[in-house]
Design a protein around this ligand. Sequence first.
Ligand SMILES: [Zn+2]
Length: 413
Amino acid sequence: MIPRYHQALDFEALWREFPPPPDYFGATYRLSRDEIRGMQEQRFLRQMERAWQVPFYRRRWSAQGMEPGDIRGLDDLAKIPPFSVHDMRESASNDPPWADYIGIDPAEHAPLPLILQTSGGTTGLPRPMIFTPVMTGSGAQTPTRRQIELIKAWKAKFLVGFPAYLRHMGLVARDELKIDPRELPVKGLIVHLGTDDRAALEALWGADVYDTYGCNECGTMAAECGHKTGMHVFEDAFILEVNDPETLQPKSEGERGVVFITTLFKYAAPMIRYNMNDVTSLASGECACGCVHRRITKIFGRSDNMVKLRGVNVFPEAIGAIVSEDTRTNGEYVCVLEAVEGGRESMTVMVETCEQSAPSGVIERELADRLKEALGVRLEVQAVERGGLDHLTGLSQTSKIKRLIDRRHAAST
Ligand SMILES: [Zn+2]
C-alpha cells in the first residue's frame, strides 16, 4: 500500500501542538519563561523516550552506563554525552545506507512517506537525513540571472539565501543586467548572516536583512524579529545550549561558546545534545518585541574552522567581515593556509577587487595592515579580479561556499 502524505499524520493535532503562523505569534511566541520551561520539560521527556528506540543513542548511551529513566528532566540534560558530526559520519559509513541515527527501518516499520535530504557531501559521502511528513525543501537550481528575472516578474518580496550568494545576485543585477536591486520589490533578505556585513547587504538591496540559524539535521532553529536584537531560539521545538568547547560547562550571557542542540519534536533522527561546533553567545536583556524566547547574538564561526596562527585564534569568517568593510573589494574572499619552511604556517587571504578600484598592490598592502590591526597577526593578501575566486569558493555552483583551503599537508605529496 502506498502511504498517502496527508493521511500519514494528524495535521490538526500537529497544528494544535505547534501552531503555524500567524497563530504562532499569538500563542507560542508570547509564552512566559515558566510556560516555555514547562512545555520543554514535557516534550524533552517524550523525545528522550523516542531517542532510546534509536540504535545510535542506545549503543552510545549504554556504553556510558546510562539507562532509560536515568534522565528525569531538563536538569539532567548535562549528564547526556554530546555527539558531533564526526559521530554521524561514522554512523553513516558503518551502517549504510541510512545510518543508525535515523531510527526507522523500512523493512520493519509501517510504510510512511519520507523525505530524504542530505548534507552537501563536501567531506566524504553526503550524510543522509530522513524526515517524516512536514519538512520540505527544493533541490532545484535556477541560474542567477533567471532568478533576478523571476524576482522582477513575480514580485518576490523576500529572498532566502546565503549572504555571499545574495550579494553576488545583487551585483549581477546591478552590474550585468543593469537592474538596480533597490528598485526590485524585495523587502527582506533572510540569511544566515554570521559575521557578514549587514549594512552593506541592506544598502545593496535597499531591503532589511534578517539573521537566522539552522542546519541540515534540524531546519531553522532561531531567527531575528523586526528589532534585530539577536536571533530568538524556537524554544518550543529546540533546547539550545551554549557551552565551553573544552569543559562542556554552560557559558554565561555574552560569553562565547559552542552550540549544542536538542530537538523536542523529531521522530526520525531525534537530535540529543548535538554539538554543532558553531560559536555563538547568548544575548542579554529583553527584546522590545515582547517575546521572551532566548536569543543568540550571531554565529561567529565554526570552532573546527578556527586556525591557530602564531598563537592567535583566527576565524575565516572574521577575516571576511573585515574584507567586506573595504569597499575596493566586492566582499568575496578565501583563506589559504600553507606550511612554510621551519614548521611555520602562513595564511594568504585572497580577495576580489571591484572594477574601478586602486592598483591591487595598494589594496593588498593596506588590507594586510588592517587585518594585522584587527586580528593581531600578519596575513598575506592577494587581490584578484572579480570572479577570480569562483573556482576556489564554489560561489556560483554550490550553497556550501568554501572560505578556508588547508594546504598544510599538500606540499609534501
Ligand atoms: Zn524580538
